[in-house]
Ligand binder design. Structure first.
Ligand code: PMP
Length: 428
């Protein structure tokens, strides 16, 4: 099919039909490593990896060979029968999890399902119902997951389920209290206590948060934040769920993003980069939590030998090539260059993130911090014309999100930076 035919058929046959990125829709035909090719053969350096999914490079040959082998051996049995790949995967997760304590896994197909299971497990384990989430958070697209997401954009069309309350997030660039870190003494952490006391029964089942808030533009809390919040929640009998759908598997420079905060969650959820494009997700919990989950729960596709083997192959690849260390090193290099870019372009109000998960928040004026919404779209279009793909985020759509495959080379980063700088220069 031609570009026009695909776009026409998409409008006719898919819903919702709108594409959120670019004035002129991009039609992608193939990809390899950090490169994506459109239907006309133009090449782009992919700095968004299909929303942080492409962790070990597009069409990674080693990973794909294992998926193909599994596909030809045993693709599906349902969870009615035992197979080897999911038990191997759960053992890897237990070994890599912070403190090695998350010894039990429930596998499913998406981040949304993983979070649904996390809330179910926390409610079953604590006997409590209330869940505290964060403003600006995103946890998925089912009714329950939308109800725990703190962004109106992603809550449309459904009556939110009861049982969720929202605390202020640790958005230092736009501090909800107008304070400055570290003089603020992380005031926002205390809001979790206020919310528990004023908007819940006082006995929460859980607190759920992304270590780095993804869709809202890689909002990165200060280093004290999660230990303080976890202490508040645990003191009142609740569990700490880390939604690592975006931040796990080396992305931030450690296996799990939460490791940067020196606290061990009771439950970790993940998906996205876990399968490098293969749909696979997990809810990893402590043994005692798993024991309280109702026995009659099933996911037909979840934890299939095929999906589990895809994740096994990705994790083995990340481990073999020590990609968390690579992400830390190359992420630090990228960050240093982005900070320099900020010094040159007042349009860049904030640079934040960790490892190969970095964001630029664009503002019309560094003092007013008015979101630069049209300019963000313009930089994305100008970047596309220069052969780079960027992600967008933020409540106002004024944050550029950078998350290349963890296999990205220094040469590719340098080439990306030249093109990004040129895109910013052209917005003036
Ligand atoms: N949690 C987070 C932090 C996410 O970023 C997303 C997806 N953007 C989800 C959950 C939902 O994942 P999925 O789209 O795979 O259901």
């Amino acid at each position: 099919m031609t570009r026009q035919e695909i776009l026409h058929a998409r409008r006719e046959r898919l819903f919702p039909a709108e594409l959120h990125y670019y004035g002129e829709p991009l039609v992608i035909a193939r990809a390899s490593g950090a490169s994506v090719f459109d239907i006309d053969g133009n090449e782009y350096i992919d700095f968004f990896g299909g929303i942080l999914v492409i962790s070990v490079g597009h069409c990674n040959a080693e990973v794909n060979a294992r998926i193909k082998r599994q596909l030809d051996t045993l693709a599906h049995t349902s969870t009615l029968f035992a197979t080897q790949p999911p038990v191997e995967l759960a053992a890897k997760v237990a070994r890599l999890s912070p403190g090695g304590k998350l010894g039990k896994c429930f596998f499913s197909n998406s981040g949304t399902e993983a979070n649904e299971m996390a809330v179910l497990a926390a409610r079953a384990a604590t006997g409590a119902q209330d869940v505290v989430a964060l403003r600006y958070g995103y946890h998925g697209r089912t009714g329950l997951a939308m109800s725990m997401s703190g962004q109106s954009t992603w809550r449309v069309g459904t009556q939110p389920s009861p049982g969720f309350a929202f605390a202020h997030n640790a958005y230092c660039y736009r501090c909800p209290y107008g304070l400055e870190y570290p003089a603020c003494d992380v005031r926002c952490a205390k809001d979790v206590e206020d919310v528990i006391r004023t908007q819940t029964s006082g006995r929460p089942a859980a607190f759920i948060a992304e270590p780095i808030q993804g869709t809202s533009g890689f909002i990165t809390p200060p280093k004290e934040y999660f230990a303080r919040v976890a202490e508040i929640v645990r003191r009142r009998g609740g569990l700490f769920i880390a939604d690592e759908v975006q931040t796990a598997w080396g992305r931030t420079g450690t296996w799990f993003g939460i490791e940067h905060w020196d606290v061990e969650p009771d439950i970790i959820t993940s998906a996205k980069g876990m399968g490098n494009g293969f749909p696979v997700a997990m809810t990893a919990v402590r043994g005692d939590i798993a024991a309280s989950v109702p026995r009659m729960t099933i996911s037909t596709f979840g934890g299939s030998p095929l999906a589990a083997e895809a994740a096994n192959a990705v994790i083995d690849y990340v481990e073999k090539h020590d990609l968390p260390a690579h992400a830390a090193r190359e992420g630090a290099y990228l960050r240093e260059r982005l900070d320099r870019l900020k010094a040159r372009f007042p349009l860049i109000g904030d640079v934040r993130g960790m490892g190969l998960m970095q964001a630029l928040e664009l503002v019309k004026d560094p003092n007013s911090k008015e979101p630069a919404i049209e300019e963000t779209a313009k930089v994305m279009d100008l970047g596309r014309a220069r052969g780079i793909l960027l992600g967008k985020g933020g409540l106002d759509g004024n944050v550029l999100r950078l998350a290349p495959p963890l296999t990205i080379t220094r040469a590719e980063i340098d080439e990306f930076l030249v093109r990004l700088e040129s895109a910013f220069a052209a917005t003036r």
